[in-house]
Write a protein that binds this ligand. Structure first.
Ligand code: GLV
Ligand code: MN
Ligand code: MN
Length: 416
C-alpha cells in the first residue's frame, strides 16, 4: 500500500466491468435475463473467470459450480475472509443485482494485490450458483451447498420447460451428485461480507450512499393450488359454479391484508390457471406466495394466518386448497463485530453508514450458517430493482466497493 492515504478501488474499472457483464443476456428493452445455468449465465461465468484471472486471483470452480477467486495472505492456512454474490438474474432484470457484489469483490481483491496491501488471512471472492431461485423455484443453491445445506432432492426440480436441475447441471458440465462436496469447513472461512445494491428506498430517503445491514429478512415461499370444477362458461349458472379463480381473488386480497397486519410483505409472483380458455370456467388455479419478515416468529404466524384464511375461503366456496412449501429461510442477524468493521470503514471513507434491515434475500443468508456474516448496501435509484430500470450511480458503487475494501483489509488482519 502507498503511504499517501487510504487505498481506493478503481471506480471506472468497476463500472466498466458491471456494464460489460450487463451486456450478457440483455434484450432490446434493456432487460437482462440470465437464469441460472442458462446459456447466457454460462457465458457470463466465462467473463467472471477472466475478470478473476486478470485480477491475479487463483480461480477454481467448486462442485456446486461456485466460482472462487482466491488471494493468499501471509498465513495461507488461516480461515479466509470471503466476499461475493451472484450473476444469475430474475427475468428482465437490471445490471447491478448480484453483479456489484461479484465485480466489486474482484475489484477489491485486485486493489489489494496491485497495491500490495498487507493481509494476514487469505481473501476470496465467490460467484455463487443460482441465488435468485427463479429458474427452479428455490435458490441459494451454491451458497447452501458451500454451507453443507445441499439437498439432493433439488435435482428433480424443473424449470418452465421441464428441464430438471440435474439436467441443467449436466449441461453445465457439473456432476449433479457431486454438489454436496462443495461444503466447506468452518475453519476455512472466518467471515463473509457481501456488497449488494439495496433494492429498496431506505438509503435514498436518508440521502445516504451506503448502508449497513444489521439483519436480513427471512422468507417462506409457498405454492397454493385451488381446485374447483372446469365447466361451460355459458350454461353453468353462477350459483352452481365451483370457480377456483374467484376464490383465489378473495384469497389474494386476504394475503395482502394479513401481510399488512403482521408488518411483513407478501407477493403473488406467479399465477396460472387451467385449462385456460375464454369460454371455460377454470378448474384449477396455482399461485405462489413469497412472504417475508424480519422476525422469525412473525414470519411463522403470518404464514399460519395465511394458510388458515385461504383454507376458510376455499371451504366457504366448496373448493379444496393445498399448500406446498417451495423454499424458506429464517431471518438472520449480521455479526456485531463485522457491523462495527463496516461502520468503521464507512467513517474512514467519509460516509455516514446508515444502519438498516435488508428486505431482499442474499447469499449472505445461507453463508450465515457457516460463518459470521455482514452486508454492505448501496443506494438504489428510486428503490427499483428486479427491473431494467434498476440503477445505482457510479459514485455510490465506488463508495460501496471502497467500504468493502476497507472492511476486507480490517477483517483479514484480525488474528483472533
Ligand atoms: C432475491 O433477489 C430475492 O430477494 O428474492
Ligand atoms: Mn435479486
Ligand atoms: Mn441479489
Amino acid at each position: 500500500m502507498t503511504n499517501s492515504g487510504l487505498a481506493q478501488i478503481n471506480g471506472q474499472r468497476l463500472m466498466a466491468s458491471i456494464e460489460q457483464l450487463g451486456q450478457i443476456g440483455i434484450d432490446v428493452n434493456g432487460g437482462v435475463t440470465r437464469l441460472s445455468l442458462s446459456n447466457e449465465e454460462l457465458i457470463a461465468r466465462q467473463f467472471i473467470i477472466r475478470q478473476m484471472e486478470d485480477a491475479g486471483l487463483h480461480v477454481r470452480q467448486d462442485e456446486a459450480g461456485n466460482l472462487i477467486g482466491r488471494l493468499e495472505g501471509e498465513a495461507s492456512d488461516a480461515g479466509a475472509i470471503a466476499t461475493g454474490s451472484h450473476i444469475d438474474t430474475v427475468i428482465q432484470a437490471g445490471i447491478f443485482d448480484g453483479a456489484l457484489g461479484v465485480l466489486g469483490g474482484i475489484e477489491a481483491l485486485r486493489t489489494i494485490r496491485e497495491q500490495e496491501i498487507k493481509h494476514f488471512r487469505p481473501l476470496e471472492v465467490i460467484c455463487f450458483t443460482d441465488e435468485e431461485g427463479v429458474r427452479f423455484g428455490a435458490g441459494y443453491f451454491g451458497s447452501r451447498a458451500m454451507t453443507g445445506q445441499w439437498n439432493e432432492s433439488w435435482l428433480e426440480l424443473t424449470d418452465s420447460e421441464g428441464t430438471t436441475l440435474k439436467e441443467a447441471m449436466e449441461y453445465a458440465t457439473l456432476d449433479p451428485y457431486g454438489a454436496a462436496f462443495a461444503s466447506r469447513s468452518r475453519e476455512s472461512i472466518k467471515a463473509y461480507v457481501e456488497l449488494h445494491i439495496e433494492q429498496g428506498r431506505v438509503l435514498e430517503e436518508q440521502d445516504a450512499p451506503v448502508g449497513i445491514a444489521t439483519a436480513i429478512y427471512g422468507h417462506s415461499w409457498l405454492e397454493v393450488t385451488v381446485r374447483g370444477r372446469a365447466d361451460h362458461a355459458g350454461t353453468t349458472p353462477m350459483k352452481l359454479r365451483q370457480d377456483p379463480l374467484t376464490a383465489a381473488a378473495a384469497q389474494l386480497l386476504a394475503i395482502e391484508q394479513i401481510a399488512v397486519e403482521h408488518g411483513g410483505v407478501a407477493t403473488i409472483g406467479t399465477l396460472r390457471m387451467a385449462p385456460g380458455a375464454i369460454n371455460v370456467i377454470p378448474g384449477e388455479i396455482v399461485f405462489t406466495v413469497d412472504m417475508r419478515h424480519e422476525a422469525a416468529e412473525k414470519l411463522h404466524s403470518m404464514q399460519l394466518a395465511i394458510t388458515t384464511e385461504l383454507t376458510a375461503i376455499a371451504q366457504q366456496r366448496g373448493l379444496s386448497v393445498s399448500f406446498r412449501t417451495i423454499d424458506s429461510a429464517q431471518p438472520v442477524r449480521s455479526s456485531p463485530s463485522i457491523v462495527d468493521a463496516i461502520a468503521e470503514s464507512c467513517k474512514e471513507v467519509g460516509l455516514p453508514g446508515t444502519y438498516m434491515v435488508c428486505g431482499a434475500g442474499h447469499d449472505a443468508v445461507a453463508m450465515n450458517d457457516l460463518t459470521e456474516m455482514g452486508l454492505i448496501l448501496v443506494r438504489s435509484r428510486d428503490g427499483i430493482s428486479h427491473h431494467p430500470l434498476e440503477w445505482s450511480s457510479p459514485e455510490d458503487c465506488e463508495a460501496g466497493a471502497n467500504v468493502l475494501l476497507q472492511t476486507l483489509i480490517k477483517l483479514a488482519n484480525e488474528l483472533n
